[in-house]
Design a protein around this ligand. Structure first.
Ligand code: URP
Ligand code: ZN
Ligand code: ZN
Length: 516
């Protein structure tokens, strides 16, 4: 056990001694209200060897370790669909690594992250994947899975995608429409990548921003003498995100490939997704904690470090009604999952762009606070019920990325990844008290109802009333199969019944003009 400040305390020693007398493979969560995506009910939850083995009222298990959940909610652990732990990016490396990042995750009630393999342009994706597995496996404190970024295009990439899907448990690939000259694919390459995803039964993901416009307009900002973080937003206003989102949807739909738009940051991007869903396109949208909990007026803050702390792509929007707008769409089902894009840089790293916003490493925190921010802005605000909260923080991710019902639900046979949640307790978010390695928190000062009491990963208590009990490297990689029902059932049926049909007619027999 490890206390908040990393020192061992006498109290930990006694609780360790006590734990020697009980069967560590059995854990009983008693007296809480279980909340799943479809219903909530009073029940005890018994976990044995990392799996949920019983869910009902009045379970007796004398040899089990007991977690008292009286008065609290017992929910599937959060699944953060979008993180970048220890990402080498823009000349530096994100400070929250797979250890600090997942440790912070469990403190906030998240029990699984899906990180992005992002190799440099030119590196075969299989090689990048192997590197990420090595980095993550020795450090993760909870289970994790991986998406693979397609940062360049070639036959080698297309071949590696097949190996990754068939033997490495990858079923989602992220394509970039921005970061010109680094990761950006053009429309022809995007189309090839979407077609390849479709052949393999993988989900295509996009970072949707028009990188050509950004390259052009950011130069203009610098010429105007706007070198500060506000220039980052002004050179890529929301229509730049909206255009790319719509373009990605059209390209994917043309090859009948399901699409998942990561970090939906603006009304324009969200509207493109909503209208496509109304037309019947298979497209999913992922807002992130930053976009749901903050607004982009922070880029105009007089304190440079503060403003730079919010720099990420696509930017958080200055329109102060955007967070509510995105939350309403999550609540009604038009947007489906929530991530964080957790990709953190300390002051001295952000300072790489002190005189030029184009060099500020892009990324913000969120992995620790996502569950609280969404509870506060979603449930406490009255926009969604706790079942919908579970859907958007956990279940939908498990379905779309194809590891449901292994995770995303409290049910017999599922992994015992659970958060005991006090919906009435309050906490104030601050970089002074957070577990993340980064020195800044975009949610600084936000008072949130909804506090993690106990977090359980694979049947083991990893966080308990402010006490960290994580074990470095104890998390496991979760491989995933292609052709997820949630994404591919309608797609495959359309392939069967919606093929273009020719019209049978008599041949034309009249005259034809001759071309010299
Ligand atoms: O600013 C961001 N989003 N940094 C991480 C890379 C990405 O595009 O997701
Ligand atoms: Zn991105
Ligand atoms: Zn990202």
């Amino acid at each position: 056990t490890e206390s908040v400040n990393g020192n061992y305390k006498l109290k930990d020693y006694f609780s360790l001694r006590h734990s020697l007398h009980i069967n560590k493979t059995k854990l009983l969560i008693r007296g809480g209200t279980v909340v799943n995506h479809d219903r909530s009910f009073e029940a005890d939850v018994l976990c044995e060897n990392g799996i949920i083995t019983e869910v009902r009222e009045g379970i007796e298990a004398p040899d089990a370790e007991i977690v008292d959940a009286t008065g609290n909610l017992v929910m599937p652990g959060g699944i953060d669909t979008h993180t970048h732990m220890q990402l080498p990016f823009m000349g530096t490396v994100a400070v929250d690594d797979f250890y600090y990042g997942t440790r912070a995750a469990v403190a906030g009630g998240t029990t699984m992250i899906i990180d992005f393999v992002l190799g440099p342009n030119g590196e075969p994706p299989l090689q990048s994947y192997t590197k990420w597995r090595q980095w993550a496996d020795e450090k993760v404190c909870c289970d994790y899975s991986l998406h693979v970024g397609i940062t360049w295009w070639s036959d080698i990439v297309a071949e590696d995608m097949e190996i990754l899907t068939k033997s490495k448990g990858i079923n989602s690939f992220k394509m970039f429409m921005a970061y010109k000259g680094v990761y950006q694919l053009d429309d022809h390459e995007l189309l090839q990548a979407f077609k390849r995803c479709k052949e393999l039964g993988a989900l295509a993901q996009v970072h949707a921003e028009n990188g050509d416009i950004i390259a052009e307009q950011s130069k203009k900002m610098i010429e105007l003498g706007i070198t500060g973080p506000e220039g980052h937003e002004m050179c890529r206003p929301e229509e730049v995100e909206g255009e790319a989102t719509n373009r990605a949807i059209v390209l994917a739909n043309q090859v009948n490939c399901p699409l998942y738009v990561v970090h939906v940051m603006s009304k324009s991007a969200a509207d493109a997704i909503v209208s496509a869903r109304r037309r019947g396109c298979v497209v999913f949208g992922e807002p992130i904690a930053a976009g749901l909990g903050c607004d982009g007026t922070n880029y105009w803050n007089k304190d440079w470090r503060h403003a730079a702390g919010f720099v990420m792509g696509p930017p958080i929007r200055p329109d102060s009604s955007t967070p509510d707008y995105l939350m309403n769409l999550l609540a009604c089902g038009d947007l489906q999952t929530t991530g964080t894009d957790n990709c953190t840089f300390c002051a001295e790293q952000k300072a790489l762009g002190a005189n030029d916003f184009r060099k500020i490493p892009n990324g913000v925190n969120g992995v620790e606070d996502r569950m609280s921010v969404i509870w506060e802005k979603g449930v406490h605000s009255g926009k969604m019920d706790p079942c919908r909260y579970v859907a958007v923080t956990s279940t939908n991710a498990a379905k779309i990325f194809n590891f449901y019902p292994r995770k995303g639900i409290i049910a017999v046979g599922s992994d015992a990844d659970i958060v005991v949640w006090d919906p009435n307790a309050k906490r104030t978010i601050s970089s002074k008290t957070h577990y993340q390695a980064v020195d800044f928190n975009i949610f600084e000062g936000m008072e949130c109802h909804g506090v993690t009491v106990v977090t359980i990963s694979r049947g083991k208590v990893v966080y308990d009333h402010g006490q960290m009990k994580v074990v470095k490297g104890s998390g496991r990689y979760i491989p995933r199969q292609c052709f997820a029902d949630a994404a591919y059932m309608p797609i495959l049926q359309r392939d069967k019944v919606c093929q273009p049909q020719k019209v049978e007619r008599e041949p034309y027999t009249g005259p034809v003009v001759s071309i010299p």
